[in-house]
Design a protein around this ligand. Structure first.
Ligand code: T1G
Length: 709
């Protein structure tokens, strides 16, 4: 931050303006709250001033407390001497003028003001629960007084951002102005009217004095238990959502000041919890991955305004939707007219499902669908700024496509492949412009999953890489760079997990036991149930290909046996589990237990019992080890790149931070010792990563792991 003061004071006639100017998002960093308090005192003491406006400079109002300050020894202002206490004590009206975001402590400051006005594009919210804490600046006490406890519970427990028009309808915002440009003038005029009303005998409307909306809790005292019940599954193993409910409950049962004290107690219980530290780590990790180490300063980004997708299958259609959903015109092409027609129908059906579910308005669906134009042949896509190839996962199919793209696409177009594992350098080699070629590995369903693995080929130019990263962000993805190794970073780090889970069965575990361990850990679904959903035949083909290429490949006979028996999973009514017709619920299948015993006996593997901890660590440590190998080989820049991929590619529970963050909670030494012991017991597949050993011996942290310079 520059050494300029983060808060400045201006006047517009008889209205004082307190401007928070602490880039990039006006977080409540050092000196910001103190500056606001100073401004309120200054303008209250100034007889020429009748009212005040609190406004943010730059792109936003106040985005909340400075999250970087949590977990450090930075002291917070004591209760009773905070900004909203100064606002409550102000003799003159204060109007919050909101543009961009008013989040967390930002909205809490706005609710400390007597009035709030916002520009239509603004969003407000109390997202603290998303970083494992709760609104600790009076938000749990003031919001229920503005909107009632029921809506307050929804906003605080979900952490969602509320658009300005909804905030206005709810009563959070008193007035809307058309756009940011008119916000300040509108706020000054509003402040004058407030001063006039006060001069005419009106009282200043302090949010803390409002009681009427709290009566809702008397009419529906069960709302708190109902909320606890409704979040039980997604909030399991977490404390913050439950403390949020308790704090709102306190607003309805205690006086305002007692409620504020209760809020502080509940906040202090959370702020240094494992859950909060993990969620803060995830928040910053998702921003760190955007930084490409060694990217030359001032690398020009190639703007993407139009897109094209080759291959109208499930992935291609989802990728086309990803562009259309964010306003980009996209041409969709396929090898056959029938394939193209089918692809367009599938896209239409996907959109209609979202409309039926209520997650997409019908008119918005039409706008998005209209952005996807079928392309008859390559000439129809030649002038696109980016083309994503999403044809069959075989080199023999991809190479001719890239040779053709090289021929027709305009100079400077980004030539991307959605391949999930094939060699990007081999694909680039069929073009005369390998510098423009990279991988853009979308995760299925492509229009839903946020992770975009951007694969850097040996000859991918820095500006190509940076442009693809930016393109990903612009279509709502979390772009993370991966090196060109077999399986890139996400799937390669996940591969040992996929083997280890089946090897555990050889030794006596059952699918339902393994799945329960992983669901209790926090995954939405167990890995065997996920396999049945995706289709066991897909993994089978990959294993056959790898076994053919590598005689030492560790085969998985139990998994192969199921597929050879036609048990592909949900699509065949049976896989690791059996399924009743029309029902996706996985049921443990004695037939599978029999097959496991049979194959294990054929393999001569002794059966034994497993603790939950051993199951969990056999799966996750195998991937921790592989992740360290990927980093030490230079195929991932840092630990955060792996952790973000695990959060957004594999559903790793966010409140545990990420795969390597979680392992640090156990300690690199303990992880290494366990892996070294399994190496003795099981052989080469558990050979420890050198980087892991070095970190363990140095007493370091896995989350500090970095690729060699
Ligand atoms: N503290 C510190 N840094 C922050 C920050 C924050 N609250 N919010 C954003 N940044 C940094 C971010 O790391 C990035 O840094 C840059 O700003 C741009 O962010 C007392 C206790 C506001 C919607 O949870 O949701 O208030 O990478 O890339 O996509 O009750 O940032 O450039 O170095 O995300 O336009 C509650 C968190 C805090 C809001 C903007 N507030 N921030 O999104 O930009 S707790 C939040 C966001 C609290 C009180 C409690 C988003 C955004 P760098 P960005 P964006």
């Amino acid at each position: 931050m520059s050494d300029a003061k983060p808060v400045r004071f201006e006047t517009e006639g008889d209205v004082g303006v307190i401007v928070v100017d602490y880039p990039p998002v006006n977080a409540l960093g050092p000196g910001v709250s103190e500056g606001i308090i100073e401004g309120i005192a200054k303008f209250n003491a100034d007889p020429a001033i009748r009212a005040m406006v609190l406004i943010g400079a730059g792109r936003s109002f106040i985005a909340g407390a400075d999250i970087r300050g949590f977990g450090t020894d930075r002291k917070r202002l004591p209760l009773g001497s905070r900004t909203y206490d100064a606002m409550d004590a102000s003799a003159k009206p204060i109007v919050a003028a909101i543009h961009g975001f008013a989040l967390g402590g930002g909205l809490e400051n706005a609710m400390g003001c007597h009035y709030r006005i916002a520009s239509r594009a603004a969003k407000v919210g109390l997202p603290e629960v998303l970083i494992g804490i709760l609104p600790g600046g009076g938000g749990t006490q003031r919001l229920p007084r503005l909107v009632g406890p029921k809506v307050a519970l929804d906003m605080i427990v979900s952490g969602r951002h509320v658009p300005a028009d909804e905030a206005h309808a709810l009563g959070i915002v008193d007035e809307l102005v058309e756009n940011d440009a008119t916000l300040r003038a509108g706020a000054v005029a509003f402040a004058r009217r407030a001063a006039d009303a006060q001069a005419a005998g009106g009282t200043l409307p302090r949010v803390r004095d409002r009681q009427d909306k709290l009566r809702e809790a008397k009419d529906d005292p069960g709302m708190f238990d109902a909320m606890r019940k409704s979040i039980a599954r997604r909030a399991r193993n977490q404390k913050a959502p439950y403390n949020c409910i308790l704090a709102v409950e306190a607003a309805c049962t205690l006086t305002f000041d007692e409620g504020m004290k209760r809020e502080q107690e509940l906040f202090e219980e959370l702020v240094n919890s494992d859950e909060a530290r993990a969620l803060r780590y995830a928040f910053f990790a998702e921003r760190e991955v955007a930084r490409i180490p060694g990217l030359p300063k001032g690398t020009a980004i190639r703007e993407v305004k139009t897109a094209a997708v080759v291959g109208a299958g499930t992935m291609g259609g989802g990728i086309a939707m990803s562009f259309a959903d964010f306003g980009y015109p996209v041409r969709l092409m396929d090898a056959t007219e029938e394939g193209l027609a089918k692809g367009m129908q599938r896209i239409r059906a996907n959109y209609e499902t979202s409309v039926k579910r209520g997650s997409l308005a019908a008119d918005e669906m039409e706008r998005r669908f209209a952005r996807i134009q079928p392309a008859k042949d390559y000439t129809d896509i030649a002038d696109a700024d980016v083309v994503v190839e999403a044809v069959f996962e075989e080199m023999g199919v991809k190479k001719p496509v890239f040779a053709k793209l090289d021929e027709v696409m305009k100079p400077g177009a980004l030539l991307l492949s959605n391949t999930s594992a094939l060699d990007i350098d081999a694909i680039a080699a069929v073009t005369k412009r390998p510098q423009d070629v990279a991988g853009a590995h979308f995760f299925s369903p492509a229009n839903v999953m946020k992770l975009l693995e951007v694969v850097r080929g040996a000859r991918t130019a820095p500006d190509t890489l940076a442009s693809v990263m930016q393109m990903g962000k612009r279509i709502g993805k979390l772009s993370v760079v991966a090196g060109n190794t077999d399986g890139f970073v996400a799937n390669r780090s996940r591969a040992p997990f996929n083997s280890e889970m089946v090897i555990l069965l050889e030794e006596g575990a059952l699918p339902e036991q393994v799945d329960k361990v992983m669901v209790d850990f926090g995954y939405p679904m167990g890995p065997f149930a996920v396999g049945d959903l995706a289709g066991l035949d897909i993994g089978y083909a990959g294993r056959k290909r790898r076994a053919a290429a590598n005689p030492n490949y560790r085969k998985l006979p139990i998994a192969d046996r199921l597929v050879e028996m036609g048990r592909y999973g949900q699509k065949t009514g049976a896989g690791w589990y059996r399924y009743e017709k029309g029902d996706r619920t996985p049921h443990p299948d004695p037939e599978v237990a029999r097959i496991i015993k049979e194959v294990s006996a054929e393999m001569g593997v002794a059966q034994r019992q497993f603790t939950d901890q051993e199951i969990l660590r056999r799966l996750l440590f195998s991937s921790v080890n592989e992740a360290c190998k990927i980093i030490e080989e230079g195929f991932a820049y840092r630990a955060v790149d792996v952790d973000v991929m695990w959060l957004h590619g594999f559903g790793f529970p966010r409140y545990r931070g990420g795969l390597l963050f979680w392992a640090d909670g156990i300690g690199a030494r303990a992880v290494y010792d366990q892996i070294a012991s399994w190496h003795q017991q099981y052989g080469e597949r558990w050979a420890p990563s050198k980087l892991l050993r070095d970190i363990a011996e140095a007493g370091g942290k896995l989350t500090d792991a970095k690729a060699p310079a």
